[in-house]
Structures are given as C-alpha cells and as structure tokens.
Design a protein. Sequence first.
Length: 591
Amino acid sequence: MNGLRNCAARFFWVGNVLAAAAIAMLACSFALAAEGETNLRPNVLFIAVDDLNDWVSVLGGHPLTRTPNFDRLAKSGTLFTNAYCAAPSCNPSRSAVLSGMAPYRSGLYDNMQKLRDVMPDAELLPHYFSRHGYWSAGSGKILHYVIDPQSWDAYFPAKEKDNPFPQTFNPKNRPLNLPRGGPWQYGETDWGALDISDEDYGGDWLVTKWCGEQLAKKHEKPFFLACGIYRPHEPWFVPKKYFEPFPLEKITPGPGYKADDLDDVPPEGQRIARNRYFDYIRQQNQWTNGIQAYLASIHYADAMLGRVLDALDEGPNRNNTIVVLWSDHGWHLGEKEHWQKYTLWRICDRVPLLVRVPAGCAPGLRDGTQASSICARTVGLVDLYRTLLDLCGLPEKAGIGGQSFVPLLKTPNAEWAHPALTHLAPKSYAVSTERHRYIHYSGGGEELYDIVADPYEWKNLAGDKSQATTIEALRAQAPKDPAAMHETQPGISTFVAEEQLPVVASKQPLPASKAAESAVTVLFQNQGTEPLLLFWIDQQGRPQPRGELAGASRKLVQTHAGQVWSFTDREKHAQGHVVVGSRSAKVIIND
C-alpha cells in the first residue's frame, strides 16, 4: 500500500514538472510571438507622381484616360477618393509630405522658397526611417528640384549632385507645338509626340529601372524606397506610342469644364483663374492638342508605374512591402478658365492616393488592406508621415502635424471627423470635408460647394443665407494663427530682376489693377530707415494690405503683370506706387 502511495506521489511530481515545462514553453512561444509582432519591419515603396489630377480611371476623371496600372494598384489595396494636397504647387506640397509640416505651420507656401532656408532642422521622412534601422533610398523628383542629400542613404542620380533628374531626351527645335507667347509663358509649357523609344527617352524610364533593380533583390535592412515619376509634369513630351490611343478627333474637355463657371466666383478667384494661359492656348487652337498631350503623359506615367509594380510583384519583397502612391497636386486644363495649378479648386487640390499593405507584414495593420476597398473619408497628404510610422511600428515623431489614417485602412467607412486643409497663402485656403469645400481668399472672398451634389464646383453657395451655419463651421476649421510667409524670404539673395520699375509719385492718381496676366516676381527694397506698409490695389482700385516692409529691408512678392502696388508710411500717408510689367523686377524705394 505504501508503495502505491509513493508511486502515485512520484507520478504527481513528474506530472507537475511536465505541466510546468509545458506552461513555460507555451509562455515562451507567446513571448517569441509577441517579440516577432513588435519586430515586424515592413518595407515601404513610396511613389510620387507629378502634377496628376483625377484623370485616373478609378477616380472617374477624363473618360478617355488609360491608366491600367493605377487601376491595378487600386484593386489590390485602398483608394482614397477625397485626398487633398497641403498646397497647390510642388514645393510646399512635397515639403509638407516629407516634413509632416503643413504650410500654415512651417511658413513654406511657395515654389520660390527653399526647404532648408525655411525648415533648417526638419527631419524628413526618409531620414527618420534611416535613423530607425531602414535603408532609405530614392530616385527622381521627390522634393522640389533638390534631393536634400543628408536625408538619404542612397539616390539615383548620385545624391551629392543634389539634382534628382537623370538624363532625359530633349528635342532640339523647341517649341514643338505651342509657340512662345512672351516672357510671361513658362518655358516648359509645350507638348509633342517623340519618335523615340522609352529607353532612349530616359527620364522616368531610368528612374523606374533603378527602382526596379532595388525591388528585385533582397536587402540586409528593411527599405524605404522613394520613386518619383515626373510625368505628367510639363513639358508633355513622351514617345509617340502613348499619343496613339488618343486621336485628336475624339478629344473632349474634361468633365469638369463649364464655359461660364467663373460667374459666381469672387474677384480674387477670377483673378487667379484668368492667368493668360488658357486664352492664349485657345487663340493658338491648341486646347485639344494640350488635352491629348496631358492624357498621353498620364498614359506614359502609368506605364512607368507598371514597370515598378512588376519589379515588386516578381521579386522577393512583394509580401512585406507597403506601397503608397500619391500626387503632389492636380492640374487645370480649362476648368474655371484656368490652365496650370496654383488654385484652391478641387481639380487642383484633390489628388490620387492609393495604399496597399500586405497581410501579416505591418505591425500597425496585421490584416493588411482590403483588396479593391474605397475610402471616401477626407484625408490630407500631410497625414502620410504619421500614417507610415504607425503602420511600421516606429516611434511617434514629435512636432509634426497631421493624423494617422490607419483606422481608415482597417475600416474605410470608420468614423472620421478630420477635414483637409489646403493653403495658397497664409489667409488664402480651402477646407475640405466629405460633403463640402469652403474656400477663403486673403481679400475676404468666399466660396462654398456641396461636392456630393456638385462635384465639379459649378455652383458657389457662399451667397446663400441658408448656408451661413455651414460656412461658419467650416471657417472655424481654419488655423487661428497661420504662419506668415517665412520672413527670411528664401531666394532673395539669388534673385535677379530683369528690370527696375519706376516709382510713380504719390501725387499721381492711384490706378486700379488690370485683370491678371502672367505671374511675376517683384523685389521691393526699402532704402529708408522707416517702415512702410505695402498694398495691392484690386481691380476696383481698392487697396488690399499685404504686410509691412521694415526699414533697410527687402521683400519678394508674387504678383501678376498689370497689377498695381502702393506703399505708405504707418500713418497711411501715400508714398508712391508701381505698375508691374511682364518681367521679374525690383522696386527701389528711397528715403
């Protein structure tokens, strides 16, 4: 009997040991799983496309557009149908994406400003990834005509040159199709089909070749790889095979075009819209040709995107690489009587944004994105910085703006109360929500659109008294104290004026500005010791304040040919005025 008891005791003891061991092994496996969860390091493929509006098939843009690779990416991930840029031009938009700082926080609003003059200490997105164990590399245009070498581990072309553009074929005899209208015209506003192969054309073909080579091999570290596709940025020169699907006889204006669309737009909006290009292009009978060339350039960009996606899908990194595709801003081709960018309307501010996260690779979204999912919630490109850190499980970055939209990648119709802000200047901005867009100009003009009922913004509701509550609510979403245009005036030391404007004495009548023509940069130089107040004179002859010019200081101003500027002392005593010509100029104001 005692032997049986001893045997049972020994059995019980062994059982406890085995159970304890099993529990320990199970705990260890859970710990390893948890460690694996936190140590997931997904790659990031970060694709920027230049000057692309909603003329992408999945966004319902131009009916003739051909974008099978954009559509292919959308079908494998999440498409955002209400994504907006932080600014409607390259430099401030891209700087906001890469720094996580919107223009109203950084003071960088304009293409003439230099990123490192305005934000000398900003840690850009690739550098933050590099500092947290990633290999950060890029090719093509990611920032505005610079690379910012300190932010990358590798770049093509070589980062030391600080020039993001590889060799690109350039026709010898230019312009090809749009004659030069004068010094007001941007030299790259031209288009044409080139009898050349993709490879011989270079440019984006070389960028996507280099990026594809990085995607085709394994790396010791996870990578942050940025790929900048330059087309459809001007000039719209691409191989002729990309023109062939768009015969001229089938070309029509985009669906957002309406002939009398500026009738209910405030004067400041009309001035911005009528920038001379659209009238001139029609005078030259080139409107249809321009639309054809933009469609061809998009088709070419789509083919270059396809090269990158093929390299990813056929290589060893497909299942652990997050793909993000965005455009810096849109483009007008006649909508609102405008050609180019630089506006606060939807055709210019809404951009393609596509995100694909494979299942099981990202600690911030273990299940990955749902194939063919569509998110109509409003997001801003400035949100990308926080979103990528969140997806990759990297530490939160202090001091940046935006919010992570990972909850929308998980559940596209999740509750979301964040508007998107787009700034043209400190007090010229647009507030975008899923239902409305509100536009406010620095001169006080306003626009309101119900984009559900009116997606092309044809009917301005700002004058409708029944919309007063909506306007007030949207106006309240704007920054209370937006950063001024950066006071150091980047670019001022290298600015070269083509002429000096004569100062008209204050005794002369003050004329009204003419309708806006070409964009012009003017340098005001106060050689006196007392401060001056600057005023832009509108088309009704009313002075609109444009800030102070301190004694013995200089200030760059973006304006237009035919515009009138005056200056007074602090007591508003007139000191003189100038009429802006068609060339960059300086104004010297003596004591």
